[in-house]
Ligand binder design. Sequence first.
Ligand code: ZN
Length: 507
Amino acid sequence: MAGTAHPSYAALCERMAELADLSAIGGLLFWDRSTMMPAGGSDTRAHACAALERVSHQKRTHPEVGRLLAELEPWAAELDPDCDEARTVRVVRRDFEKARRVPEDLAADIARADSLGEDAWMKARSASDFNLFRDALSHHLDLRHRYVACFDDFEHPYDVLLDDFEQDLRLSELRPLFSELQAALVPLVASAASAGTARRNVLAGTFPAGDQRAAVLEVVKQLGFDDEHWRLDPSAHPFAVAQGPQDVRVTTMYDESDLSVSLYSVLHEFGHGLYEAGVAPAYSRTALGGLVSLGLHESQSRMWENVIGRSRPFSGWLLSVLQKRFPEQLGAVDADTFFRGVNDVEPSLIRIFADETTYNLHVLLRTDLESRLFEGQLTVDELPAAFDDGMHSLLGVEVPDAAHGVLQDIHWGAGLIGYFPTYTLGNLMAAQFFAQAERDLPGLQEDLARGDVGRIRQWLRENIHAHGRKYSSRELLRRVTGEELRVDPLIGYLRDKLTAATLLPAG
Ligand code: ZN
């Protein structure tokens, strides 16, 4: 970002560096809350998060930022519109306009409620009692309505929330895309179910947590995880968070009767971490260094977990690594059986454990419910039954209790409304990006069969990770693949893989 002629640009960058530092502190508070903090610490932590948000909000909306932008915009208009300086001015303007409409008290209230709501959700889920969560959810919705009321330039109220996670995506565009996906997925799932293949979780057995940790570390260290810059810790819900490209933290959980939980969640979080580690070093502590979109982020985690991680070539390599560590449990499994086992299609209750094919149906349901909740077509009290009905009609599964139903996911507990769709957007983009990578890198599948990910990692870094927030996810998708968001690459990819795994009836 050096070499710029305008003195005010440096002043703007200095302010953005400070905001990036505050955001890193927020990431650290989140990491600590999810890995180390004793449960009793939640009240104090909620105040700390609210205080941090208040300071960040003041800095984000400081009149001096507006003054600097007004001064820099005519200068930036004369530059190459794709240069870092012009893009930085645009990104800061966007953030500034969004933030300054929201009163500081409301921003702090939202931060505090998000922290406390998570606590209420946890208690409700352990008791499997939605009533313990309903007030927190109503409060979140109320705060979000107040938040949305700060903006008057969105078509639909839900668009304001969606835009925070996926810039420029609108419900009017999302609904037809998701309907098209649902129409293609439902018969695909039914067809796989009718194939009648014997179902067996090839990764079920007895796997001590310590051995699992050693095994998954051995895998990801071959893919790019190094002890100097990465950490792996246990948490109740796997996640990844980075303090810049040099400090990437991923977490996982261990189920001692099922190796797939830690293995595939670590591959997933590794994909997130690799993205953060790959942002151009020049963008560290700048406005271009942050998160561009959750959908794009998710496209990277899903690519490692599913598109690469469950492919026939790579899963064969994975099995060979795991067999050395677990000869008794996995010694007798052959690569084709393993490939079939990790791609098996079976409608199930829990989203995070759902197979790759049925997974998106969980997300489509959540998106439908939260958008209707937000439109007022559905009340908070009607939500548990609406969730159960949706699970029945979309996936054909019966929900036994709230803990395995509407309360299974933390998102609404943490006030994250508008977030769920990004998972499926990630799956769509992952299929589109990977198809392009295969066109650009002949012999990629042979690399993956050897566990050699050097070329694909480099391709992802150059084409996607390095750009940070410079391009929106839609622009990046267009630049890399020449396409808009599409459903058919994902469906075609699933169909090909399930056919290869003999999980679809022949013909
Ligand atoms: Zn993810």
